[in-house]
Write a protein that binds this ligand. Structure first.
Ligand SMILES: *Cc1c(COP(=O)(O)O)cnc(C)c1O
Length: 369
């Protein structure tokens, strides 16, 4: 059988190894100058210099970002259900209520009309997700937020470098969380980066990640230890120098997959809004529900190709989050959970790999016809 093509593949080179070694040899490995430099470089690279705060995971960043923006018990935050559990969890962890709403069918992002319908006097903000690396419907969501005086908190975990009408993901909300988990478009091992709209939110973030202290032993609030280490920051700094080339390769891979899969009956290739630059954290097709599971299994078992279902169970039906959504029915979310399949698009793929993926999907479709 041909070599396995994984669904995702982090790329770690000699430069990352040397950077880690440099930090290890320095003897100073906890949060220090590497983290400070990474924050500045990340901010310049992705969010036009907007102050950014590094933490130990995207989830921590999302949780602390909400706290830093003043979200707490009694508040409601409108979130999509069709996302990773961290989105709903981070709201619930603040003591606020995640209000799950449906997605629009084209880009799998928050449905503006559903958002509008979910607003109550307790709504504090909206947390849209730039799912798969495609921006949410920025104009419409911003218009609703402005009209109702609501904050936007961005889940940009998958959207490093994405943009909407030339405006960059990570600059739309009071804060925006980027994940640096290994399978994301760039990594620090584990980690998160939070770009902040105001100096106050950034300062709150810095307090919360470090036991509530700005000055050692002068605690101002009750805080966490969610610091990033210099070891992780050193990896992230190197990855920053490579991520644009990787994104361009993801986009070329997506174009090649589109060319191969676009003509196949039964496959809906990823749509991209005219206003959007998509960074293809995932390359996600829609298939008929029964076909999706069959192709997912056949790719692995017959063709040695990994693929992924993101996400098979929407947030509002996950055991710990379902209590926030009694009796809720989100038809587009449920349909997406049955129909989506993410095929490999990562930058290590060669032309031959793309041809294999296209041929495997085509053969499996034919075999089931
Ligand atoms: C990865 C991810 C997160 C969480 O990031 P971690 O770094 O894994 O904690 C949150 N939301 C979405 C949509 C993600 O994909």
């Amino acid at each position: 059988m041909s070599d396995f093509i994984p669904a995702a593949k982090p790329i770690i080179g000699d430069e990352e190894r040397e950077a880690v070694d440099r930090v290890l040899r320095s003897g100073m490995i906890a949060q220090g100058p590497e983290v400070a430099a990474f924050e500045r470089e990340f901010a310049e690279h992705f969010v036009g210099g907007r102050e950014s705060v590094a933490v130990n995971s995207g989830t921590s960043g999302q949780h602390l970002g909400l706290l830093a923006a003043g979200v707490g018990p009694g508040d409601e935050v409108i979130v999509p259900s069709f996302t990773f559990a961290a989105t709903g969890n981070s709201v619930a962890l603040t003591g606020a209520t995640p209000v799950f709403v449906d997605i629009e069918p084209n880009y799998f992002t928050l449905d503006p009309e559903a958002v509008r319908a979910a607003i109550t006097p307790r709504t504090k903000g909206i947390m849209p997700v730039h799912l798969y690396g495609h921006p949410f419907l920025v104009d419409q969501i911003e218009a609703i937020a402005n009209e109702h005086g609501l904050a936007i908190y961005e889940d940009a975990a998958q959207a490093h470098g994405a943009s909407w009408k030339g405006r960059r993901a990570g600059t739309f909300g009071d804060f925006a969380m980027f994940s640096l988990y290994p399978t994301k478009n760039m990594t620090s091992g584990e980690g998160g980066m939070v770009s902040c709209a105001t100096a106050e939110i950034a300062r709150n973030m810095r307090l919360l990640r470090n036991q509530g202290m700005e000055k050692q032993y002068e605690n101002e609030v009750i805080g966490f230890n969610t610091r990033m280490t210099d070891i992780h920051a050193a990896i992230g700094r190197v990855q920053l120098t490579k991520v644009d080339a990787w994104t361009a390769q993801r986009q070329r891979n997506a174009a090649a997959l589109n060319a191969g899969l676009g003509e196949l009956a039964g496959v809906q290739i990823p749509l991209v809004a005219d206003e959007a630059v998509h960074v293809y954290h995932q390359y996600t097709v829609r298939l008929d529900a029964g076909e999706r599971d069959r192709i997912h299994v056949a790719l692995r078992e017959e063709h040695n190709i990994g693929s992924g279902v993101y996400y098979p169970i929407p947030n509002h039906r996950l055991l710990p989050l379902a209590k926030f959504a009694p009796g809720l029915d989100l038809p587009e979310t449920e349909r997406a959970a049955r129909e989506v399949l993410s095929l490999p698009v990562h930058p290590s793929l060669g032309e031959g790999d793309i041809e294999r993926i296209v041929a495997a999907v085509a053969a499996t479709l034919r075999a089931g016809a």
